[in-house]
Design a binder for this molecule. Structure first.
Ligand code: NAP
Length: 388
């Protein structure tokens, strides 16, 4: 059985941290909850692939797991999880029946934990999928079906590629659903170019890159000047969310409403991606155009939304909820690496030992882009030129 070092989150550590801060979730230090552990991996079966993890991105579901703010997933999974569902790895062994990969290949993981009969995930790998072991680890054993070949010639460097395996398929699915629903109502013949807005965060940025690449008007409403500047370079208009106090009061939403009217010459936003909910949702709802679509796969600030159903009917607004792509959709999203998806990566590349700090900084929302953790200190020759 291969052995590895891997990060874990235990219900015991969550409880101890909760006790330390007197139950105040806002005071939790996520770095105290994510611990480096020793782990025995399963034997490499006939359809399995043995990986050495090169780099991984910090994903927000780890924050949710450490805070236990939505569900206490460590507790629900029997007391401990090994997180990490987005990684780039090197194949170091394959089972006898593996056909798609060979030793030396560089691969990406996806996080569809168990497809339903249409291919959509019922559960997410290394989160709520039972027995699933994540990739904030030096090595992993996964099924062949969980891997995609990394597009090494796509123009992205290794860290940029590592930013995408979870976020890009999420954004790809959100975009094809949102546009598809809008087109049920308003045809391309009637309106070629639509206004698309997203709020802060890595998934929202990628969503806008898809909209922009297809010729639409794209607007990024974020509190981070660095992230807005990176998107403006790609022709995506920034809206400073902090100029509207992150929509803390009704007057902030009214001021935002006026700003969007001006920016879009009274057209408003036809498609909105809202991964945050909380105070962001009413702000998006206020600037949603007639026939508009609001799509979400996230609930970072709140799990519950409230809206005026009459108004939504009168304006024919559709709210749609997605989770993650099918396996085929993951392959398609990977084709867009570099050509469409050019992610903003946080300025520090974290060492494996600094992973808990990366998560506390994500929690504090001080990062200038998607956080990347370099797990292998030496990378194989095939990707050495891709390390900046
Ligand atoms: N269903 C799925 O498969 C799926 C997949 C991916 C993500 N998600 C969920 O979607 C959410 C976003 O994920 P992500 O990967 O896009 O996020 P991310 O890259 O980690 O970024 C989160 C963003 O949230 C914004 N933010 C943080 N605190 C805020 C606050 N108090 N008010 C307003 N905005 C705040 C920040 O943007 P600014 O500071 O720039 O405004 C930050 O960049 C998370 O809850 C994640 O778990 C779900």
């Amino acid at each position: 059985m291969p052995k590895t070092r891997a990060y874990s989150i235990s219900a015991e550590d969550i409880a101890a941290e909760r006790e330390r801060v007197g139950g105040d979730v806002d005071a939790v230090n996520v770095a105290n909850v994510i611990k480096l552990d020793d782990l025995e991996l399963r034997d490499v079966g006939p359809t399995d692939v043995h990986l050495r993890i090169l780099a991984a991105s910090g994903e927000h579901n780890v924050d949710h797991a450490a805070l236990a703010d939505t569900v206490n997933i460590a507790d629900a999974r029997g007391g401990k999880i090994y997180p990490g569902n987005s990684a780039v790895g090197e194949v170091i062994g394959v089972g006898a029946q593996v056909r798609k990969f060979e030793v030396g290949d560089i691969v990406l993981t996806h996080c569809n934990g168990e497809p339903d009969r249409f291919g959509f995930p019922m559960r997410i790998w290394a989160y709520d999928q039972p027995e699933s072991i994540g990739w904030y680890a030096e090595e992993a054993v996964v099924g062949e079906w969980q891997l995609v070949k990394a597009p090494l010639d796509c123009g992205l460097n290794l860290w940029e590629m590592a930013a995408l395996p979870l976020r890009a398929p999420t954004a790809y699915h959100l975009w094809r659903r949102a546009l598809g629903i809008y087109r049920v109502k308003v045809s391309r013949e009637q309106q070629a170019v639509v206004n698309v807005m997203s709020f802060g965060g890595g998934v929202g940025e990628l969503f806008l890159m898809l909209a922009k690449a297809e010729g639409h008007n794209a607007y990024f409403c974020s509190g981070s000047p660095e992230r807005r500047a990176a998107l403006e370079k790609q022709g995506i208009t920034g809206i400073d969310q902090k100029a509207f106090n992150r929509f803390a009061a009704r007057d902030d939403v009214k001021a935002f409403r006026r700003h969007v009217t001006e920016l879009t010459r009274g057209e408003d936003m036809h498609i909105i991606c809202d991964m945050l909910r909380g105070p962001v949702f009413p702000a998006g709802f206020a600037v949603q155009a007639r026939q508009g679509v609001n799509v979400s796969a996230g609930w970072q600030l709140s799990q519950v939304i409230q809206y005026n159903s009459t108004l939504a009917s009168v304006k024919q607004i559709t709210l749609d909820h997605t989770h993650y792509e099918t396996l085929i959709g993951v392959e398609a999203a990977t084709e867009l690496y570099g050509g469409v998806f050019k992610p903003t990566v946080h300025r520090e590349i974290y060492a494996f030992e600094d992973l808990p700090r990366a998560f506390e900084e994500m929690h504090q929302n001080t990062q200038t882009g998607i956080p990347i953790i370099r797990i292998a200190t030496d990378v194989p020759a095939s990707v050495r030129a891709l390390v900046p």
